[in-house]
Design a protein around this ligand. Structure first.
Ligand SMILES: *[C@@H]1O[C@H](CO)[C@@H](O)[C@H](O)[C@H]1NC(C)=O
Ligand SMILES: *[C@@H]1O[C@H](CO)[C@@H](O)[C@H](O)[C@H]1NC(C)=O
Ligand SMILES: *[C@@H]1O[C@H](CO)[C@@H](O)[C@H](O)[C@H]1NC(C)=O
Ligand SMILES: *[C@@H]1O[C@H](CO)[C@@H](O)[C@H](O)[C@H]1NC(C)=O
Ligand SMILES: *[C@@H]1O[C@H](CO)[C@@H](O)[C@H](O)[C@H]1NC(C)=O
Ligand SMILES: *[C@@H]1O[C@H](CO)[C@@H](O)[C@H](O)[C@H]1NC(C)=O
Ligand SMILES: *[C@@H]1O[C@H](CO)[C@@H](O)[C@H](O)[C@H]1NC(C)=O
Ligand SMILES: *[C@@H]1O[C@H](CO)[C@@H](O)[C@H](O)[C@H]1NC(C)=O
Length: 483
């Protein structure tokens, strides 16, 4: 990797950010003006109207063929018109390659009036359930921040998810501490780099024993930077032609009543049905029965993968076949309007009370770890070279004490033209760990499959949402190809 490339990347990111800051005209004219958060709802910043997510989860190729669908114009030319036909306004993507160019696809989405909710993790750069403290390190944050650098320029980025279902059982609650630290670091980074205030959230598995504790924890404490801006719940409780009461939606309305930030269903669409999914929950979700608490949701998922949740079957790079689920969902979305006015949105800002530590039940810490000091260089100069999806950071914890990291911090402090030198040091520190880390990929993958097998049956569909173990293997297999 040559210094010239690094410097150029830093420069072009810098000028893009400047252009975005200086030019208001595009956002006022855009079909996707930025979405803002006020109280427990989203609003269109151009019209000030309440915004409800009507979306689908989108990762064609799924776990077995991990692909960044927003970096390939053929893929988005095939799919964006389908999104438009389906009548949606938002997609959620679980993994992208932050080293690729996304401008063409982001523009196509914007032209179609479609927003993006983006998870910032990759299968091998994420908080690990088995050693969360170790996986929270400067190399990991470099990857997260580089993804923010890549996407912050687009007005149609609705928000970022700092984590997806990291807490997925009774015995993974301690990981919340580190995910919340990542939320804090992302929000501080967005401010430090002068980006638009892009909401940062967490997407939770629906675990009976800790669903309310999780919601509270991520929205508690006096440090506003550490509190999420939006909460996604992956909820598969409405199966077939169910009802508000039978599905448990009514209970959840009580559970989340007066929660002070937007909540939405970041995955829904139970597939335990005889044939196709009727999606009658759409009628409840976008009614005043739920709009005082929920801001819509995203159906899992666009493409039919091995777990059988697809709305369409991918034929090839130019065509898809729409399945019965697709036409059912399209007609539900088309027949259900949003509630009038603000839909009963709650304007309070009274964030939650932090849940107490209870061994075996809720083991997250209300005192967050400090950000690894080596990561502070990125606040001054940007994250530097995006490392794509092949980098593995989960075992980079010990490197925080390494000499190369120490020199990274001092490089950024001592250098006045710090942007290129600091980021080139950051790249070398990242690269120095990557060889070592890649040999540990298989151990992360086996530990990960152990934890995902503990998912409750309620979150079965959500498990399908990322299928982390398979993704690990896929990445290990295609790593050579991506590099
Ligand atoms: C990382 O370092 C190795 C060995 O020093 C080198 O061969 C490789 O090109 C570097 N990779 C990147 C992405 O810089
Ligand atoms: C951009 O929009 C903001 C908010 O609407 C406004 O305060 C600011 O003056 C505008 N800046 C320019 C350069 O027009
Ligand atoms: C908005 O778009 C119209 C039509 O494309 C264009 O003529 C106009 O200059 C744009 N306005 C701003 C403020 O950029
Ligand atoms: C993986 O996805 C890419 C991009 O869509 C596609 O070109 C390729 O055929 C897929 N490979 C397999 C084995 O499905
Ligand atoms: C949680 O408990 C399950 C079942 O006992 C076990 O397989 C898994 O390894 C545990 N996970 C962690 C992170 O300790
Ligand atoms: C929710 O907020 C409303 C309005 O502030 C208040 O009247 C009501 O008591 C609150 N409900 C709960 C359960 O806190
Ligand atoms: C979706 O894929 C699964 C797994 O390959 C397959 O069993 C199922 O028949 C497919 N569904 C449709 C509607 O094609
Ligand atoms: C919480 O974090 C603080 C500060 O790192 C530490 O002193 C304390 O022991 C932790 N508490 C638990 C229960 O882990």
């Amino acid at each position: 990797m040559k210094l010239g490339n690094i410097a150029r990347t830093v420069l072009s990111l810098g000028s893009l950010a400047l252009a975005a800051a200086a030019d208001n005209s595009t956002s006022s004219n855009s079909s996707t003006p930025a979405i803002t958060v006020k109280g427990n709802a989203f609003y269109d910043s151009a019209t000030n109207e309440r915004f409800y997510i009507r979306g689908v989860d989108y990762q064609p190729g799924g776990s077995s063929n991990l692909t960044d669908p927003l970096a390939d114009a053929d893929i988005c030319s095939r799919d964006v018109p389908v999104f438009k036909d389906l009548g949606i306004n938002t997609i959620r993507v679980y993994t992208v390659d932050n080293s690729l160019d996304h401008s063409e696809c982001m523009q196509m989405l914007s032209d179609a009036g479609i927003y993006l909710i983006l998870d910032v993790n990759t299968p091998t750069a994420a908080i690990s359930r088995h050693n969360a403290a170790c996986s929270y390190n400067a190399d990991y944050l470099q990857n997260v921040f580089a993804t923010i650098d890549t996407f912050a320029q687009y007005d149609n980025v609705l928000g970022f998810f700092a984590g997806n279902e990291v807490i997925n059982s009774d015995n993974t609650t301690a990981t919340a501490t580190y995910v919340k630290a990542v939320v804090r670091d992302m929000k501080k980074y967005i401010k430090a780099r002068d980006y638009r205030t892009i909401p940062v959230g967490y997407s939770a598995a629906d675990i009976v024993a800790n669903r309310q504790l999780t919601a509270q924890y991520f929205n508690c404490g006096d440090d506003a930077d550490a509190r999420i801006d939006m909460f996604g719940v992956n909820d598969y409780s409405w199966c077939g032609p169910s009802s508000f009461a039978v599905s448990g939606y009514a209970t959840k309305m009580q559970l989340y009543k007066n929660y002070s930030i937007p909540i939405f269903l970041s995955e829904f669409g139970c597939n335990k049905v005889v044939s196709s999914r009727p999606f009658t929950e759409i009628q409840a979700i976008y009614s005043t029965q739920m709009s005082s608490v929920f801001s819509g949701g995203l159906v899992y998922e666009y493409s039919n993968e091995t777990n059988n949740y697809g709305l369409v079957k991918i034929d090839d790079t130019t065509s898809v076949t729409k399945l019965t689920d697709y036409s059912n969902l399209k007609s539900e979305y088309a027949s259900v309007e949003n509630p009038a006015g603000d839909g009963g949105a709650y304007a309070g800002n009274d964030y939650s009370t932090c849940p107490d530590y209870v061994s075996g039940t809720w083991e997250a810490n209300n005192t967050l770890p400090e950000m690894p000091s080596a990561a502070s260089a990125y606040f001054k100069s940007g994250a530097g070279m995006p490392m794509g999806t092949y980098i593995s950071t989960q075992n980079s914890c010990h490197d925080d004490d390494d000499d190369d990291i120490a020199s990274l911090s001092s490089a950024s402090e001592s250098s006045s033209s710090s942007s290129s030198s600091a980021s080139s040091s950051s790249v070398s520190s990242v690269n120095s760990t990557s060889t070592q880390a890649s040999s540990t990929t298989s151990s992360s993958s086996s530990s990960s499959s152990a934890s995902s097998s503990t998912k409750s049956s309620k979150s079965k569909g959500a498990a399908a949402g990322l299928e982390v173990p398979a993704l690990f293997q896929a990445v290990a297999q295609i790593a050579g190809y991506i590099i």
